[in-house]
Design a protein around this ligand. Structure first.
Ligand SMILES: [Zn+2]
Ligand SMILES: [Zn+2]
Length: 260
């Protein structure tokens, strides 16, 4: 199996850094070194001010051997995502790919996936309820009509908290929802560098998604070009075990399956 794409990357990292060739070219170099032919930039919507489509065009012209997709990660940030949604609506036709994600539960001042501090949001709570709350928010993001693919679908497990009820029961409605809307799900190696130390999503969720013929992208959630394609050998093994023989790519929100 030869994986060739990374559809979750953050060239700006954790702050606004305007797109320039200097910022972006190392990501393309990194892709080429790894033998990738297709990458998507998916900075957080709260840093949309840094995104410059003309710079992406320049980068494409300078690197015709690599497909470079203009993307974004829209989350449920109670402060910033209203502006993020508006920006997506305005730029929809210039974007190839939008990820939807949930980083916020009931607290507006802290992402639950902050390591380690976000774990305090789970202390003394009913984990089934937290999982249900999280997946409800995933359905809300999926329902905006502004996303093509769900990022790190079971991020709620990040600190290692497991629900009492079977995960299949907790996720079933969400999987149906995603399938009905024709959205994709990413296979994210980021979970392997977090306390839970597990692929996002879990094998069980992947199998449920496969039953509904949901498509998958491959992703590292790299916040540095060095992290691009991290743990992809392990991901390829996992996909072979699960029987996934193709990967989904996007151009102007149209998906296409490619054999790997
Ligand atoms: Zn995320
Ligand atoms: Zn991300």
């Amino acid at each position: 199996m030869k994986l060739f794409s990374d559809y979750h990357t953050h060239p700006q990292g954790h702050r606004v850094q305007p797109y320039t060739q200097t910022l972006l070219q190392p990501w393309v170099d990194s892709a080429r070194e790894r033998g990738f032919t297709d990458i998507a930039f998916t900075d957080h919507d709260r840093y949309h001010e840094g995104i410059d489509f003309d710079e992406i065009e320049k980068l494409r012209a300078a690197n015709p051997d690599i497909k470079i997709r203009a993307g974004l990660e829209l989350d449920n940030d109670p402060v910033h995502s209203i502006a993020g949604k508006r920006w997506i609506e305005k730029n929809w036709d210039r974007l190839d790919f939008v990820l939807g994600s949930v980083h916020f539960l009931d607290r507006v001042d802290q992402m639950f996936d902050s390591v380690p501090v976000g774990a305090e949001q789970f202390t003394g709570r009913d984990l089934d309820e937290i999982y249900a709350n999280y997946f409800r928010r995933i359905r809300e993001i999926a329902d905006t009509g502004l996303v093509d693919c769900l990022a790190h679908l079971d991020l709620i497990k990040i600190h290692g908290h497991r629900p009492k009820s079977p995960i299949a029961d907790l996720v079933a409605e969400t999987i149906d929802f995603i399938a009905e809307r024709g959205l994709a799900i990413e296979l994210s190696t980021a979970g392997w560098r977090k306390p839970v130390n597990e692929l996002y999503p879990s094998d069980e969720i992947v199998r449920l998604a496969m039953e509904k013929e949901i498509r998958f992208t491959t992703a590292s959630d790299a916040h540095s070009h060095v992290q691009l394609g991290e743990n992809y050998e392990r991901l390829a093994e996992k996909m072979a075990q699960l029987g996934i023989g193709n990967v989904c790519v996007f151009e102007r929100h149209q998906s296409q399956l490619c054999a790997v």
